[in-house]
Ligand binder design. Structure first.
Ligand SMILES: [Zn+2]
Ligand SMILES: [Zn+2]
Length: 257
């Protein structure tokens, strides 16, 4: 009775067999069904964007807020947006590299909802190509991805911010901090909430440890008003971080919120 025997195997052996079977199934699928471009659906390899869609990952146009990186009207008299003038965020500076409405959003949705985490590797490579000059001169001492709550992580099977951060740290030789920030509350999705509701939703959602004195770069996949990264920055600063800056792959522009 094979099923009875397999039930008696130790848990680590069962887990290893499961992961080997999954890898084998993935390899067979890739042979039979070629990978599709996340933006237009045409065939491409490796997973991500085809040669026609890749140039669509362009830097967002200026002018932008020098604190939160939100778009400013062309005739804006200040270098900061109204929200940052009214209440300065806890992080020192944020960058949202690509417009979420373009191919960057396609890659993120393919990873989050289409079970293609490898699409995020294309995004990490593009982020390195658009690395903010402000980060070049003063590299962070620790790169920390925005953590998912353990329940959401289990549902999704992977963490997009962690995958993106790992894809940045490896080639750039930066230190990845996987266990310095935890999501202690399972907050509902932020989509559809206004700015103040978003702030209430994530208040006290994070706990940080072993970050004293570190110059932290927080990494997330997408940023809308910045309420989530601000709450995470607050937890890191309370735990003794020297400075927190934020790097997001994509920004939801003001007119798309
Ligand atoms: Zn394409
Ligand atoms: Zn701002």
């Amino acid at each position: 009775m094979p099923s009875t025997r397999s039930r008696t195997l130790p848990a680590p052996v069962r887990a290893l067999c499961g992961s080997l079977c999954r890898d084998l199934a993935r390899g067979l699928c890739a042979l039979v069904w070629p990978v599709a471009c996340c933006a237009c659906g045409s065939q491409t390899e490796p997973p991500g964007l085809c040669a026609d869609c890749a140039p669509g990952l362009r830097a967002r146009p200026a002018p932008r807020c020098t604190i939160c990186d939100d778009r400013l009207p062309a005739e804006a008299p200040a270098h900061r947006c109204g929200r940052c003038l009214a209440r300065r965020p806890r992080y020192a500076r944020a960058w949202g590299l690509f417009d979420y409405a373009g191919p960057a959003g396609d890659l993120i949705r393919a990873a989050k909802y289409g079970r293609q985490p490898a699409a995020l590797d294309a995004l990490s490579r593009a982020m390195i190509g658009h690395w903010p000059p402000g980060l070049d001169g003063e590299p962070p001492s620790l790169v920390i991805p925005i953590p998912l709550h353990i329940k959401r992580r289990a549902r999704r099977g992977h963490s997009p911010p962690l995958r993106i951060a790992a894809g940045l740290c490896r080639p750039l030789g930066l230190r990845l901090g996987r266990r310095h920030l935890r999501r202690v509350r399972d907050t509902p999705e932020q989509a559809g909430l206004d700015d103040s509701a978003r702030r209430r939703n994530v208040r006290g959602a994070f706990a940080a440890r072993r970050v004293a004195g570190h110059d932290v770069l927080l990494v997330d996949d997408a940023m809308t008003t910045g309420a989530t990264v601000d709450a995470a920055a607050d937890a890191l600063l309370r735990a003794g971080a020297h400075r927190v800056r934020v790097l997001c792959a994509a920004r939801v522009e003001r007119d798309a919120r």
